[in-house]
Ligand binder design. Structure first.
Ligand code: SF4
Length: 414
């Protein structure tokens, strides 16, 4: 899952690019596999390749295998530890070999369409893929850490009703290179090369931008493995959080194969309300989801599961809802903390934010039961507004609303 980032609708894809993936519906989306995007200049982009793939790419281009092994190691270090974007920077590789490499390989970053800085220091980038799809990343600095919110898909198939990402017409999975590319770009922008274990501004990553990461499992896993690799970007798995809206069958694999912290977009404690807010609930219900959380590999009191809960006035914010949340956490013996998120409405949004008093009362009930329940401070509100202006039709109804209306019409006709 993800967050409530607003996005711009992208221009028509350039000809010869990957065809857009139609949104297949909000209960049972089926992401369509895509061939990797081929660069128009025919070069292979090295960003996003695993160490083995990098060695294989050099060998396939004609480099002698023993040399390919050595060069792959050197290039890896330059890419992910030093942040090199040009082969001429790689001083331990013979100068004569630089043109050979540059003819065959590229070191890319996502194109920046727009970068904004909030008065509170939050930075937001609108990025564009080579096939003309737009996605966002956000950097949120705090006193003792900085968190990068990374997107996993262009748009999202899930259409949670409180989320504005559903306005996008098109969806495709981001590649591993486009996902790790966001981290590389943030490091460029923060001036954090070479990679240092201490004193970084970018200390944490949340897979909480656009898209449902567990519907793009392989690319997210491969990208996060690059981010965690100790020879390169070297971010600890304890500082990375993957946020899902509840793709139950993939949660155990996420724990085993990625091993990062888990956040779950819960947002409601009854079937009716969660069916409405997070339509994926019709496929994977609350009990199934909480059992998958209880089984999540590596979750314990030192590494608790975060439950995201958006506060919607008169919808999910009663004292009874808070008590039921506590009951469920106890029933499944979950090492849990709860993040309460004041809803940030957009024009035409179907909900309002709960009052501050209600949010406080809700938080107190959870806190008094022995669980942490901080209220997340909204950040970068001023650039949120500006970002809305990037949209070609900011006022248009969200995809979720359009789907819902179509369903209601069909039901009326039946
Ligand atoms: S629709 Fe749901 S899963 Fe998708 S980006 Fe929005 S909140 Fe996340």
């Amino acid at each position: 899952m993800a967050a409530m980032l607003t996005v711009s609708t992208s221009p028509e894809p350039v000809s010869g690019s990957i065809a857009p993936m139609p949104i297949p519906g909000h209960i049972d989306p089926v992401p369509v596999p895509r061939a990797p995007f081929a660069r128009p200049d025919g070069r292979v982009d090295l960003i996003g390749l695993s160490k083995d793939q990098l060695r294989g790419a050099l060998a396939e281009a004609g480099m002698e295998p023993r040399q390919a092994k050595l060069r792959a190691k050197q290039i890896w270090h330059w890419l992910y530890n030093r942040g090199a974007t040009d082969f001429t920077q790689m001083t331990d590789i013979a100068k004569a070999q630089h043109p050979w490499l540059a003819e065959r390989f590229a070191i890319s970053r996502p194109d920046v369409v727009e970068a904004q800085v909030s008065t509170d220091g939050t930075r937001k980038w609108l990025l564009r893929s080579p096939d003309g799809q737009d996605y966002e990343m956000v950097f949120i600095p705090d006193a003792d850490r900085g968190t990068l919110c990374v997107s996993s898909q262009v748009g999202c198939t899930l259409n949670c009703r409180f989320c504005h990402t559903g306005t996008m017409r098109l969806v495709r999975n981001l590649t591993a290179g486009e996902i790790v590319g966001q981290v590389m770009l943030a490091r460029d922008s923060l001036g954090e090369w070479p990679s240092q274990p201490e004193g970084r501004m970018l200390t944490n990553i949340v897979m909480m931008g656009m898209g449902e990461p567990l519907y793009n499992f392989d690319n997210v896993r491969d990208a996060l493995r690059l981010v965690m690799d100790g020879d390169g970007l070297a971010l600890s798995k304890r500082r990375i959080t993957l946020s899902t809206s509840g793709v139950v069958p993939m949660m155990a694999r996420a724990g085993e194969e990625i091993g990062v912290n888990l956040a779950v977009s819960l947002h409601a404690v009854t079937k009716d309300v969660r069916d409405e807010i997070v339509p994926l609930n019709k496929k994977y219900g609350i009990e199934e989801l909480l059992q998958a959380c209880a089984d999540y590999p590596g979750a314990n009191n030192a590494r608790r599961i975060t439950f995201e809960y958006v506060m919607l006035r008169d919808k999910n914010d009663s004292d009874d809802d808070a008590r039921e949340l506590v009951r469920l956490i106890r029933q499944y013996r979950l090492p849990a903390k709860v993040n309460l998120i004041p809803f940030n409405p957009w024009p035409g949004a179907p909900y309002e934010c709960s009052t501050p008093e209600r949010i406080r009362a809700f938080s107190n009930i959870i806190f008094e039961a022995g669980y942490s329940a901080p209220v997340r401070t909204p950040r970068g509100r001023d650039i949120d507004a500006a970002c809305g202006q990037l949209k070609t039709a900011a006022e248009k109804k969200s995809r979720a609303e359009l789907d819902r209306e179509a369903e209601e019409k069909q039901a009326a006709l039946a």
